[in-house]
Design a protein around this ligand. Sequence first.
Ligand code: PNS
Length: 168
Amino acid sequence: MSRVLYPGSFDPLHLGHVDVIEQAAELFGDVVVGVLGNPGKTSGLFELDERANLATSTIDASSTLRGRAAVDVFTGLVVDAARDAQVDFIVKGLRTADDFETEQQMAQTNYSVSGIRTVYVPCRPELGYISSRYVREIARYGRDVSHMVPDPVADALQRVFAPGEDSR
Ligand code: PNS
């Protein structure tokens, strides 16, 4: 059994992410879901602590994940988060060939600066189309995204975008 870090923006967590957490828990036993800011993404929706709370609620509600995955917020580099969380590997989910290109460069860079290895997990094909960006975009216009996100996230999106509410 190993301890792994699954880092991401998770803005918000969607069912593709949940699938990767489930696979990582099955393969490695102990998963730290690391919520990190992505400097390249400026059009965020939830604050880092809100994203972490939604991920925690999702894990707590899952009999598969409860006790095998935990959530933490990190700032800075993913390699420093991996060191602080005392993990053996970083885990990343792969949806498309484009993902592979990007992830390969990050994995090799992270290995070159810290010696930590990245393991890829292919997401289930039926979930491969889901992205946080499009979840945000569709929810913003009041459309239903509940088939793409876990219940706590669907509820939070409804609260944020309900007429007369927060609406960001
Ligand atoms: O969910 P995302 O947006 O694809 O996650 C990207 C994330 C947060 C994992 C990536 O932006 C990241 O690693 N950020 C931390 C900064 C860092 O370590 N940069 C160097 C990468 S080689």
